[in-house]
Design a protein around this ligand. Sequence first.
Ligand SMILES: Nc1ncnc2c1ncn2[C@@H]1O[C@H](COP(=O)(O)OP(=O)(O)OP(=O)(O)O)[C@@H](O)[C@H]1O
Length: 255
Amino acid sequence: MIEVTDLYKEFNGTPVLKGISTTFEKGKTSMIIGQSGSGKTVFLKCLLGLHIPEQGEICFDGRNQTQLGIKARRQLRQEIGMVFQGGALYDSLTVEENIMFPLKMFTNNTSAEMLKRVNFVLERVNLSNVNNRFPAEISGGMQKRVAIARAIVMKPKYLFCDEPNSGLDPNTATVIDNLIQEITKEYQIITVINSHDMNSVMEIGEKIVFLKDGVKAWEGTNKEIFKTENEAIVNFVYSSNLFKKVREVYLNETK
Ligand SMILES: Nc1ncnc2c1ncn2[C@@H]1O[C@H](COP(=O)(O)OP(=O)(O)OP(=O)(O)O)[C@@H](O)[C@H]1O
């Protein structure tokens, strides 16, 4: 479990995260949502250890990230897989080289062992015959799959995804969402996703943390989001007429 307690982060005296506490569980896809500027990226960067919070604790299965020594921090970093916004693949490396990169960096595996693992994760994300292609030679959806394959190649305990669906059409976005959720369950990973995409939130948001002005304004599941009376989350999620209608139908059907 990841336990975040009273997390506080400021920049030049301006508070961005104002005492956030929450937990993320194994085998669940948890989502951080909120308006632009609400602090989602800063929160994810704190989890990754890229920002040092002024106050609070982030415990990864009992290990308080902010108090770990260099060696333990490096170990923890290796247990985290990251899917960056836009995929962040290396353009000059092939798909195979991109996925092999963390293995080369952090393991002493032989070339044959690394290749076996690369092919295994490529198969897991339903990609074949793309080993020697460059990122520019495959579609956006395929690039996301490669980014997911690279994120899981080190068998992470924790998977963080920043806007994994950005730039994808709705069908491909749903396929990527489902893939992330399947992998989360199959390998019992703790997955935390930053998202703007309400379809994703409704589809795979087993836990949703809603940030508003750096404060946790609501948390719950994608089912609870339909029923909640919390004004802040209702205004945020149901700003679209389509979602207002969907909510009405759901509430009528479950009366
Ligand atoms: N390195 C930094 N230095 C100073 N201010 C920062 C820094 N990083 C983020 N901020 C500020 O923190 C606030 C929250 O930013 P953050 O990027 O977390 O928002 P967000 O919710 O991820 O927004 P978006 O959905 O647009 O990506 C913003 O006001 C931003 O300007």
